[in-house]
Design a protein around this ligand. Structure first.
Ligand SMILES: *Cc1c(COP(=O)(O)O)cnc(C)c1O
Length: 371
């Protein structure tokens, strides 16, 4: 114990905040569990790896680029995005993953006494950033596993600054269709900032799934998040983006760390956008097959499961999620425990290549056959 006066130095909301501990590196887990392989099905990554144009670009990167600071505002990437989405480059802000952008948006709009609204069972970073920033996060219960628009609207007061909507929702895979989203935005009427997190946008093939980017002109309080971590398989390079009106981007930019996005990430993201049609189709087909395979298994075993949008599924089993996690890990498969997402005894599984899905099914069944 040091003699630091932490009671005085550390604000109460930080003292109460529980840090998030990421899972240990693969090598360490493989040593601990004596594994010769480990399949990560816990982070919704695209196991196919990045498009080939990205691989080539990474191999060709010049050592001379490394000592030089990256482009401080990701100019080339913003231009590529503007062209792709028919916007201006000033409508984009690039972050070190969209997680960094969540932080920048909260800093830009909230001060002491303000609150944000989101769901109780969704991507936890909205809640965490708000709480360690000393703000109240109002967590509205899901309704039939989906975001509940009316309850979220009712939770607002004059200090509500931001509403975070995860569409489709991680981890339940539910989504608001266009009509639900538009009605919600109409009622909000610009009183709050609405962040629409479309981290899994490229995975959704439903005809009534709304494209947030196309709503920006009609709703100047809307901010759309996308990421290169999920479909584009660039998670290690940390590139996320927000798109909004130039007016809102100018505000958020003030709280955003310049130079936070590295050169490799910026260039890889530009490459990833080139000719991505076939790559997306291939990835979606893999996910559809995984969803069918796991759905069949879980129904045959009589377990409750959710197979919505996104490259992941959830299942509830009669044993604790931490125990199940450990039993699967012993067989080289890492899933996500869901107690931390307020779904006790559920796990979430990323959907990947067929042979790995088969391996998962065998391991999962073996856990429940033993007793
Ligand atoms: C994975 C994920 C993100 C964040 O990804 P970054 O890697 O920080 O870009 C954001 N939102 C949701 C819902 C996610 O699942």
């Amino acid at each position: 114990m040091s003699n630091l006066p932490l009671d005085r130095l550390v604000p109460g909301h930080i003292r109460l905040f529980e840090p998030y501990y990421p899972s240990p590196p693969d090598q360490e887990l493989m040593r601990l569990y004596r594994l010769d392989h480990l399949h990560r099905l816990n982070n919704n990554e695209n196991a196919l790896g990045p498009p080939s144009a990205v691989r080539e670009m990474i191999q060709a990167i010049q050592a001379g680029a490394i000592p030089v600071y990256p482009n401080g505002d990701s100019r080339d990437l913003r231009h590529a995005l503007a062209k792709r989405f028919d916007k201006t480059s000033g409508q984009f802000l690039i972050g070190n993953g969209s997680c960094e952008l969540i932080s920048s948006v909260v800093k830009a709009f909230c001060e002491g006494g303000d609150n944000i609204i989101t769901a109780d069972k969704t991507f936890a970073v909205y809640e965490w950033v708000s709480e360690f920033s000393g703000l109240e996060a109002r967590l509205v219960p899901l309704k039939e596993y989906g975001f509940d628009p009316d309850a979220m609207l009712a939770a607002r007061d004059e200090r509500t600054k931001i509403i975070f909507v995860c569409n489709p929702n991680n981890p339940t895979g539910t989504y608001w269709d266009r009509e639900t989203l538009v009605r919600f935005l109409d009622i909000v009427g610009g009183e709050q900032i609405v962040v629409l997190d479309e981290a899994y946008f490229e995975y959704v093939a439903q005809a009534d799934y709304p494209d947030g980017m196309q709503l920006l002109e009609a709703y100047p309080n809307l901010i759309v998040f996308r990421t290169f971590s999920k479909m584009y398989a660039l998670a290690a390079l940390r590139v996320g983006l927000l798109c909004a009106s130039e007016e809102l981007v100018d505000i958020v930019r003030r709280t955003h760390v310049a130079y936070s996005v590295n050169t490799l990430g910026q260039q890889a993201a530009v490459e990833a956008l080139r000719d991505d049609g076939e790559f997306i189709a291939k990835t979606r087909a893999m996910v559809v097959r995984g969803k069918q395979r796991l759905s069949a298994l879980f129904s045959a075993m009589g377990f409750e499961y959710l197979a919505g949008e996104g490259n992941y599924m959830m299942v509830k089993t009669p044993i604790s999620d931490t125990l199940l996690h450990r039993k699967l890990l012993r067989q080289g498969l890492m899933v996500r425990t869901m107690t931390g997402f307020r779904f006790p005894n559920w796990i979430r599984i990323s959907l990947v290549q067929e042979p790995i899905m088969e391996e998962f099914c065998t391991a999962f069944q073996s856990v429940f056959q033993k007793s």
